[in-house]
Design a protein around this ligand. Sequence first.
Ligand code: AGP
Length: 606
Amino acid sequence: MCGIIGYLGPHQASPIIIEALRRLEYRGYDSAGIATLDNGTLNRRRTSGRINNLADSLVQEPIRGKIGIGHTRWATHGLPNEQNAHPHNSCSISVVHNGIIENFKQIKENLLTQGYEFSSETDTEVVPILVQSFIDRNAKPIEAVHQAMKVLQGQFALCFLFAGEDDVIIVARQGSPLVIGHDQDAMFVASDALGLAGLTDNITYLEDGDSAIISQQELIIFDVNQKPVSRSKTIVSIDSAVNPKGNYKHFMLKEIHEQPESISRALESLFQSGQLNDQTVDQICQQPINWVNLIGCGTAYYACQIASYWFEKLIKIPARAEIASEFRYRNAVIKPDDLSIFVSQSGETADTLAALRYARDCHSNNLSILNNPACSMERESQRALSIHAGFEFSVASTKAFTSQLTVLLSLGLIIGYRKGTVTHEEFSTIKSDLFELPKLVDAVIGLRDDIIKIAEFISDCPAVIFIGRGLMYPTSLEGALKLKEVTYIHAEGIAAGELKHGPIALVDKTVPTVVLAPSNDLFVKTISNLKEIRARGGPVILLTDSEGLVQAGDDTNFALTLPKINPLLTPILYTVPLQLLAYFTATKKGLDVDKPRHLAKSVTVE
Ligand code: AGP
C-alpha cells in the first residue's frame, strides 16, 4: 500500500523524507514524490519507479524547504506514472494520500462543473481540489479539510501542505492508519511507525476520523466530530538499524531463518510470560463457545484454515475458516456465542478490519491474532494476542505465518484443556512437542542445498501443483501462494483426494507436483495419489519423513526427509521447505524477492 511521510523541523525536508520513504518501501509501490514549502512557495517533484529515481532527480535539481510531505504510490486508479504520482496539487495545496476515495467520480464531476481542472487519472486528485474549493469560499485550511472530510467516502490517510503556511502540516485519517512522531525540534507524520525508525520512537496514533494541525509550537488533534481531543503518546521500540538484513541477501531469507527464534518467542509469550494466562482464557471462555469463525486474507487465511482443523479436533466444536473479503459481504450468520478470531500480520488489512467490525456489530466474542503493535485491529478488538514475530519486511509472509500457527495451535490446546476436551496428558504431550519445534525448524532449514536443487528443477516450469490431505491440504495452499507471489509461476494447492475429480488433467511431464505426505494416517492415501501422477508422467517432489521415504521415496524425482513429528504440528514444519523453495526459485529467476511485482505488504484498501 501507499506510504506517507511528513516532516516539519529545522533541517531541509527532502533528504529526511527520502530516507524515511525508503523505510516504507516494503509496503510495495510503483512511483514516488515529494513536496516542500519554501518561503510560502510550494515545490513538487515526482518520478515513476523506485525511490532512487526521485532521489537522483533531487540531486540534479534540489527542492528547498524545511517542511515537506512525501509518498510512495501503489497504484489503485491510474497508471503508475509521474502524472499520477503523489503529491497531487491544487493552485495552493499539496496532498499525499493512502487509501481509496470511493465517490471520487461524483466529486470530480461536481468540481469540473465549478470550473476546476484536473491533470491525472487518480481518485486522489479530487482531494486538494475539493479542499481548494472550500478555501476559495474563505474557509481556513483546517475548516476546509473538515468540510472535505464530510464529503469524501472510502478510506483515506491524508497529509496536506498549504501555500503560505510554512509552519503547518494538516492531516486527516479515515480507515487508513496515520501516526504523528515527536522529536525535540521536529514533528513527523507517517503511514506507520516504521517509517520514523531512527527519527523518533515517540508516537501518537491517530484514531479513525481524527484530523490534526501540526506545527513546531503545537499539535491540535480533532476527533471524528471535529472537536479538539487529546491522544496519548507511545514509545514504540523500533529497531533503529532499520535495514537489518544482516548477512542475508534478502529479508525473506532472513525472516525464514528467524523462525526458530520467532516460534520460541511466540511460545514463551503464551506459556511463560502469560499472554494466555488464566484471566485471558477466562475472558475468552467466559461465554459458551459453540462455534469458531476464523477470518483472514491470503496467508493469514490459510493459517485460519489450518486452525479450523485444530479447533475441531481439540475443542470438539464446529470451526470454519473464512476469506475476510467474502465474509464481510455475504451476510455471514454470526451468533453471540460464536468466537470470531481475526488473523492479520499487519493488523491493517482493509477486508479483515471490516470483517472484524461486522462481527463486532453482530456482538460476537472476538479475538485478534496480530503482529503489529498498536495497529487498527488491536484497537478495535475485544482482545488481541501478539505473535511476537518481530517486524516482517518481506512482502511474502513467512515467520509471521508460522508464528500465527504457533499461537493458534496453542490457543486451541489451552481452550480444549480448559473445556475438558483435551486431557492433561494430551496437553502436556502437545505442549512439549511445540517446545521441540524451533529445533526441528532449524533442522529443516538445513535442507537448503537439496531445496536449491529442486528450485533449479522447477524454475522454468509453466506451473506447479501442490497436494496434501488433512492438515497438509491448507498447507499446500500456502505453499502454492508462496511460489506464485515471489516467482510468478502459476501454482495451485489441491486437496489430494480431489485430483481425480478434474485437476489430474493438468499433469504432464512439464508440470511437477509437490506432495506433502508425513507418515500419518493419511499417508497411504496420499501416496496412491502420488502413484497416479507418476503413472501419467508427472514429475513428483515428495516431502515426508524417514518412514515415508522408505515406503514411497523410490518413485519420485526429488524427496525431502523432514523430522517425524506429532501430526498436529506438521503444518508449521512442512511450510518451511515450501518457503525456501519459493525463495530459491525466485532468486534463480533473478526476481525482486522482497518486493514482488504488483504486491504490497499490507493491503489497506479493498
Ligand atoms: C502473504 O505472503 C501475502 N503477502 C498476503 O497474502 C498477506 O498474507 C495478506 O495480504 C494478509 O495480510 P495481513 O496478514 O497483514 O492481514
